[in-house]
Design a binder for this molecule. Structure first.
Ligand SMILES: Cc1ncc(COP(=O)(O)O)c(C=O)c1O
Length: 440
């Protein structure tokens, strides 16, 4: 349905500002269809080029998206809105849509914070904290990453954004996993980059699809090493070899690997680092230790890392040494390591239990590693509504998809053994009405 919001303006920047304020204030909801270029131009008494320029500017900032003949729409989570995108959870319902770790399985910061006595850090002393860099180098090297240069960013997504900014310009094509992490797809749109979908199976991104994306001019590729969000894929040894083969024919491609699961991952890392001249491996502290740390290691080739640190210096400057020291403390504490190992085992058990319970009811699902289970459905809206009525809020696959098939994502982080069969029965009923009583 076309929106009732009245767009105003006589110049491209005025029209863009009017649309952006509609998005900000809610007059233009996510998904709202904008008028055609010609229709709006006639209504406002301006040239079609003026409206086209406004739409282009908004597209390059990720506020709207254009899908050929289906027209221009407000993006599902436009960067003009401060909302996190969390779904409403009705009273009494359980939220399985978040994607994050279980707060109960994260290590306590208290003991490490009590041991910290950080000195005052002056501007001149700032930058990566050398002990964190030394330990990070060892950890990454142990996982086969050929660390050339290493720095610290404010989380994985911050590191990925900085790498993209270091190597791409608006309008460039970037190969992304489809399905893929919603925040990353939103970031790619907000940077004005053109996503080229690459399919994913349990072994990681499909080599043939990456090959096609690079042939179509993709200048960068972003690949989730393990605990792929939303499907749980992890790059296997064989897939890594095949992807390296593809990349060797395009040595100028920037390859960004997102190892967000890091110490939580229960499968080995098969890195693509060094397959070409420009690469980065981003390893976040968010999932194993806590999202509020806002810290990630970023290893890469000298050019990429020096561009990232050089640009970071002109903005946030550096990641606080208080946080960097805290991560060093956490890494050095055997009790913390035990908590992380236990969390990995619990997530694995929860994921596997849900996949098995679904399979018993004839519902296929995916989730080789990580915190999520991905369940193909015929219709996301119907499945989501049925699950909400049954007391479970799950994430719509649309957030994670470009061209891939409809699905829903269930985060298992907080799913206890007692919950598993109730959720599986509700999913079975939601995806195949009439089958609820089936199985166990
Ligand atoms: C694929 C992926 N990468 C990275 C992150 C976390 O990144 P950050 O370090 O920015 O918290 C997430 C969190 O959900 C994720 O799913």
């Amino acid at each position: 349905m076309q929106t009732q919001y009245r767009i105003t303006g006589g110049t491209s920047s005025g029209i863009a500002a009017s649309i952006e304020s509609g998005v900000r204030d809610g007059g233009l909801a996510p998904g709202a269809l904008l008028p055609t270029v010609r229709g709006l131009a006639d209504e406002l008494g301006v040239a079609a080029n003026t409206v086209a320029a406004a739409y282009r500017a908004l597209r390059q900032r990720g506020v709207v998206e254009t899908d050929g003949r289906r027209g221009t729409r407000v993006r599902p989570r436009p960067p003009a809105q401060p909302r996190t995108g969390a779904l409403p959870v009705p009273a009494g319902a359980r939220d399985l849509s978040g994607g994050g770790p279980s707060p109960e399985l994260l290590p306590e910061f208290g003991p490490a914070l009590r041991r910290l006595d950080p000195p005052r850090v002056e501007y001149g002393d700032a930058g990566p904290y050398p002990p964190l860099i030394a330990l990070g180098r060892d950890r990454l090297a142990a996982d086969g990453v050929p660390v050339e240069a290493l720095t610290v960013t404010g989380g994985a997504l911050d590191g990925i954004e900085r790498c993209l900014l270091a190597h791409t310009s608006p309008g460039d094509r970037v190969a992304v996993e489809d399905p893929g992490w919603s925040n990353l797809l939103d970031l790619v749109a907000a940077l004005g980059l053109d996503p080229v979908p690459v399919g994913v199976d349990d072994g990681g991104p499909l080599a043939a699809d990456l090959h096609r994306a690079l042939r179509h001019g993709a200048r960068a590729a972003i690949i989730t090493s393990r605990a792929h969000n939303p499907t749980g894929a992890a790059v296997s040894a064989g897939r890594a070899a095949a992807l390296r083969d593809v990349l060797s024919a395009h040595p100028d491609t920037l390859v960004i690997e997102d190892d967000h699961a890091a110490e939580l991952a229960d499968v080995p890392l098969h890195t693509l680092a060094g397959a070409g001249a420009h690469w980065a491996v981003v390893r976040s502290a968010s999932k194993p230790y806590g999202p509020d740390l806002r810290l990630s290691l970023l290893a890469g080739d000298q050019t990429t890392v020096s561009r990232v640190t050089g640009r970071q210096r002109l903005g946030t400057g550096w990641v606080s040494h208080v946080l960097q020291r805290l991560v060093v403390e956490l890494w050095g504490d055997p009790a913390v390591a035990e908590t992380v190992t236990r969390a990995a085992a619990v997530y694995d058990a929860r994921r596997t239990a849900l996949i098995d319970a679904l399979a018993q009811r004839g519902v296929p699902s995916r989730g080789r590693t990580g915190l999520n289970v991905w369940i193909p459905v015929a219709d996301e809206t119907t499945a989501l509504a049925a699950l909400r009525d049954a007391g479970w809020v799950v994430a719509p696959g649309a957030r994670y998809r470009l061209r891939s098939e409809p699905a829903i994502r269930i985060t298992v982080s907080t799913l206890s053994a007692d919950d598993v069969h109730a959720v599986a029965a509700a999913v079975a009923a939601a995806v195949r009405p009439g089958a609820a009583g089936h199985g166990v």
